[in-house]
Unconditional design. Structure first.
Length: 266
């Protein structure tokens, strides 16, 4: 029996690394026709080469999520070539390691451009093709810091919280168009996200966070995400015991602020 995802056109951003790369491997091995996007062409080529010989196919479509003016044309070209886009998984994003008092406004904007505007620009451009085709599935990647503030992550947390507002609205407005919408909420996944997080100067942090190092693997994250997508979950929690912080923030806010307030950030 063929897999539900076999033959589906699945567009994945953030495909060159971490969670996105693991999802690419899963979908290509299930027989999907994957469109793999990120900015770094060399890394995309590496991912593409790794998938050769698998059941499905992969096409690299590199672009900068921050360059939203280019996105509509790219989507048009992909839709014309592939004939349809069944699933869009917005995974690409960047993090932050800088205090509010040190973070220049251009850096707040940069993080919003990549994480929020890039994601919604791609989604808005893909949406009409899905509606015309009678339906589709879209996911966006938030974070547990998209559910609460967290030291050194002001712009990151804000960009992820904004995604919840947008994608919940998308779900409500397009349920009748058969558009399934999920927001992914990862806790800790062992990827390069902290290495590549932006510091106040705009340079990369260049370090693996201690907590992140104890996180689940990207492969495990991809399996949790696919399970949630199959079940059409509105929110898909990705991670392990750290996800408890979501419940603590919701039901025991005083405890949350005490715990988060103890985090060393100077
Ligand atoms: N890892 C975690 O614990 C964790 C926790 C919560 C949320 N998340 C979220 O999960 C998603 C995936 O992150 P990850 O952990 O897999 O990190 P990662 O290994 O650093 O991967 C990030 C991906 O985003 C892409 N990207 C970044 N800036 C881009 C831009 N301007 N244009 C196009 N692509 C861009 C990168 O592509 P290039 O290499 O081409 O730049 C890369 O493929 C992110 O949205 C992140 O915020 C992760």
């Amino acid at each position: 029996m063929s897999d539900f995802f076999s033959g589906r056109v699945v567009w994945i951003t953030g495909a060159s690394s971490g969670i996105g790369e693991a999802l690419v491997n899963e979908f290509v091995s299930k027989g999907s026709r994957v469109i793999a996007s990120s900015y770094d062409i060399d890394q995309l080529e590496r991912v593409t080469d790794r998938c050769s010989g698998m059941k499905g196919s992969i096409t690299a479509v590199p672009f900068d999520l921050a360059d939203t003016s280019a996105i509509e044309k790219i989507v048009h070209e992909v839709a014309a070539k592939e004939g349809k886009i069944d699933i869009l998984l917005n995974i690409g994003g960047i993090s932050q390691r800088a205090l509010i008092k040190e973070t220049p406004l251009w850096l707040d904007r940069r993080i919003m451009e990549v994480n929020y505007f890039g994601t919604i620009a791609l989604t808005k451009a893909v949406l009409p093709y899905m509606i015309k085709a009678g339906g589709g599935q879209i996911a966006a990647t938030s974070s547990i810091s998209g559910r609460f503030g967290f030291p050194l992550r002001s712009a990151y947390s804000a960009s992820k919280q904004a995604l919840h507002g947008f994608f919940e609205t998308l779900l409500l407005e397009h349920k009748r168009d058969n558009i399934r919408v999920s927001v992914l909420i990862p806790g800790r996944v062992r990827t390069k996200i902290s290495f590549r997080a932006l510091t106040a100067s705009g340079e990369e942090h260049g370090k693996m966070d201690e907590g992140l190092d104890k996180g689940i693997t990207p492969e495990k994250a991809a399996k949790q995400i696919i399970r949630g997508l199959r079940r059409n979950r509105r929110e898909i929690l990705v991670g392990s015991s750290e996800l408890l912080m979501l419940s603590i923030r919701k039901y025991l806010p005083a405890l949350f602020f005490w715990l988060a307030g103890r985090i060393k950030h100077t």
